[in-house]
Design a protein around this ligand. Structure first.
Ligand code: BG6
Length: 483
């Protein structure tokens, strides 16, 4: 395992929002795990920054505790934690005022990679970008990393892009969509573009439809205020599901370089047909008293969706006639994410009288149990004539590739790519804007007066009935969640 690690150059990483939830749960433990496998050397430094008046020792304690709380089991040795916190420093900075900027500048070294990670609310992005530039903290080679949400609609995303581009070139900007850091999502590209088996079949002649599901079992308690302003469409579809759709539908790029890959993704988004409201099902979970979406959102009159399903058409030669059905929601029966590619049935069944052919389905499982399954039809073994049955060719990565070790968190890969200067797995500005340009009219459709409210669904179910109807209408069925 360790021998496969490609070390990155030494860096100074400034983490804004260093005491926040995302930093403690994801970013700092991810850095720790990559330090443990010696992907970066002790010459690198992580400088925490926020408005909190902590000193270095206080920040070191906070990070050590975050690793114990959120690091991966069995991987958090105290000696390693002790070595890791030696890399840390802390500078209190006021994003909107003068405090701290000159001190921050004096902490940074000229001869190492410089990256600024903004793990803060998007309203602070323009202020921080502008101070980094006006105080001379950023250099022309520095990288700036931004967390979602990247805009609330097209206009706000455009304004954000413009504010960033006043100070940074596009080649310096890393917009994170953590789904792109997931192993199986990258595997989708390997599956499609490193195998010759699938590409000839990867089109509407052979594929009947595609189902993309990101089901979550948790609700929105604890972040209801943010979520209620977003809903499933803004929180998940415009970004994560859109990325999954793009990687499934895109043309093979000429090479695996950042702009070649992102050019192809933008073409997919631009080819999406507008989605009409009758091709959408929205839902809101309900639970026992005090435990429904409306309680968690803190807004008894909320019309925000915690579930959405939709039928999406990609209007190009490859996909015309093959719908993509997207579905995501909170408080569903299980946490399960997958892309299921349904191939068309054989044109003629020679097994007259035999039980039906079980259509081929290629399932790319993102979580849990990352892996790939291909459903096939085989002869039911034993006596009884030529009977057919369905059987799976199944590959779970953990079983097939045990030497690959513990599951990596998506952030590990993405942060190392920032240091390497590789933007392939980050969203380009035009890509984000294209996704909003597609999403905005859809959202406008249900924010009009008189538009139907989201349909209630029970916690632990597969979503509202309208979602099932969306499929039944087309003589299709969703794959089960948690079955
Ligand atoms: C985030 C959303 O971007 O992704 C959350 O804001 C969601 O609402 C999360 O729960 C899902 O990520 P994952 O990696 O757990 O599938």
């Amino acid at each position: 395992m360790v021998s496969r690690v490609i070390p990155v150059d030494p860096f100074d990483l400034v983490l804004f929002g260093a005491t926040g939830d995302l930093a403690r749960r994801k970013i700092l433990p991810s850095l720790f795990h990559r330090f443990q496998i010696a992907q970066f050397c002790p010459k690198s430094r992580i400088i925490g920054s926020s408005r909190s008046k902590l000193d270095r020792a206080g920040f070191q304690d906070l990070v050590a505790q975050a690793i114990r709380d959120y690091g991966q089991d069995g991987e958090t040795g105290e000696d390693d934690i002790k070595a890791f916190v030696e890399l840390l420093d802390y500078v209190p900075v006021d994003a909107k005022g003068d405090m701290g900027w000159q001190e921050l500048k004096s902490h940074l070294r000229p001869d190492v990679v410089r990256a600024f990670y903004l793990s803060v609310g998007p309203s602070l992005f323009p202020d921080i970008a502008s101070r980094l530039s006006s105080c001379g903290v950023a250099t022309p080679d520095s990288r700036i990393v931004l967390e979602k949400p990247f805009g609330h609609d097209l206009a706000s995303a455009q304004a954000l892009n413009a504010a960033l581009r006043d100070h940074f070139a596009e080649s310096q900007i890393y917009r994170i969509d953590h789904y792109l850091g997931k192993e199986t999502v990258q595997n989708l590209m390997a599956l499609r573009f490193a195998n010759s088996l699938f590409e000839p079949l990867w089109n509407s002649t052979h594929i009947d439809h595609v189902q993309i599901t990101v089901a979550e079992s948790i609700g929105v308690a604890g972040r209801g205020e943010y979520y209620d302003r977003s809903g499933a469409m803004r929180d998940m579809v415009q970004n994560h599901l859109m990325q999954l759709l793009c990687l499934t539908a895109m043309e093979p790029p000429s090479r695996f370089t950042p702009n070649a890959v992102r050019d192809e993704k933008v073409k997919v988004i631009e080819a999406l047909e507008p989605v009409t409201q009758d091709n959408i099902a929205r839902g809101q979970y309900r639970g026992k008293s005090g435990n429904s979406y409306l309680d968690h959102a803190g807004n008894p009159a909320s019309a925000t969706e915690s579930f959405i399903a939709m039928k999406v058409e990609v209007a190009n030669w490859r996909w015309a006639g093959t719908p993509f059905y997207l579905r995501t929601g909170k408080c569903l029966r299980a946490r399960e994410s997958e892309i299921a590619v349904y191939f068309r049935d054989p044109p003629h069944n020679i097994f007259e009288g035999a039980a039906g052919v079980h259509g081929n389905i290629l399932v790319i499982r993102l979580q849990p149990d990352e892996g790939i399954t291909l459903r096939t039809t085989i002869k039911d073994p034993g006596p009884g004539g030529m009977r057919l049955t369905g059987a799976n060719l199944d590959m779970t990565f953990a079983d097939s590739l045990p030497e690959s070790g513990r599951a990596q968190d998506a952030y590990e890969r993405l942060i190392m790519d920032v240091i390497r200067g590789n933007q392939t797995l980050f969203m380009r500005g035009d890509e984000v804007e294209a996704a909003w340009a597609w999403a905005d009219p859809i959202i406008a459709g249900w924010t009009q007066i008189g538009a139907p409210a989201p349909q209630p669904y029970d916690q632990g179910s597969s979503g509202p009935d309208d979602s099932l109807l969306l499929m039944h209408r087309d003589n299709r069925r969703w794959r089960g969640i948690g079955t």
